[in-house]
Design a protein around this ligand. Sequence first.
Ligand SMILES: [Zn+2]
Length: 315
Amino acid sequence: MTDVLARQFTNENAAIAHVEASRWPDDVTCPLCGSLSVHRMGGQTQAGYFLCNDCRDKFTCRTGTVMERSHIPIHKWLLAIHLLSASKKGMSAHQLHRMLGVTYKSAWFLAHRIREAMKDDKPTPLGGEGKSVQADETYYGNTSKRAKGYKKGHRHKEQIVALIEPKGKARVVHVKTATAVKVREILVINAHRSSELHTDESPLYTKVGREFAAHKTVEHGTHGAEGFYVGKDGQTTNAVENFFGIFKRGMVGTYHKCEAQHLQRYLTEFEFRFNHRAGLGVNDKMRAETLLKAIEGKRLTYRRPDKTQEQEATR
Ligand SMILES: [Zn+2]
């Protein structure tokens, strides 16, 4: 694990050099026009700036990344990226606010921008011939004992559908209500139909199951009947159950609650760590490096409907 006292986390020039080396391992490319004809600007006030000889625009290592238009020093961004990559259950904006010495609001937006970078923007379907994909759904929200009666019950919860290729990657999607139509759409987009589909006996999967190479179900047991975790052919949804377990413990322990509109961002965060987990040979340093490379090209997809809050975050 990289020491949190490493120079790129404490010294701004070291941080800029670190991001530049990550972003441009060979030649510096103008992020605005793609030209290789660029030069580093001199002088104290121009530190970190490049000038493009083709489009004549100035840019820095922040340009075209989730860090653009943020006034938070880059070494704090790097530390936040490191902490969010390495913490199994995530890190709350309150904790980031204290650890980074930035306002709570800045920490909140910084964390959400990092989650934006965690988004897999070139997702490939899971599974394939000779492989299996597990699918399951769960409810999220209003599980607090303090929630009053009228807010309780599945009707007032959000749903999460997760697909996992055992010993492989996960794809996790927030849906308002998991219907057979919605679940089918998620499955056919995110999993190869040449895979074997493993689910519980929920009728959500009955019809779409026929589109897959095979569909095996495991009896989880309902109405007090004894259930099983592994079917007679070895089919199971244990990997998905485990993912939901990590996610829910993280949400309870770290984030406490999250509004429906942000649920997908937190799912993306847990999915990112899962897909770059130690079990797949990825250590904390590699995970943070992967995330740092993913900060590019994401900023444009990040739009907050509330402009005033957005401006708040860049202060
Ligand atoms: Zn240019």
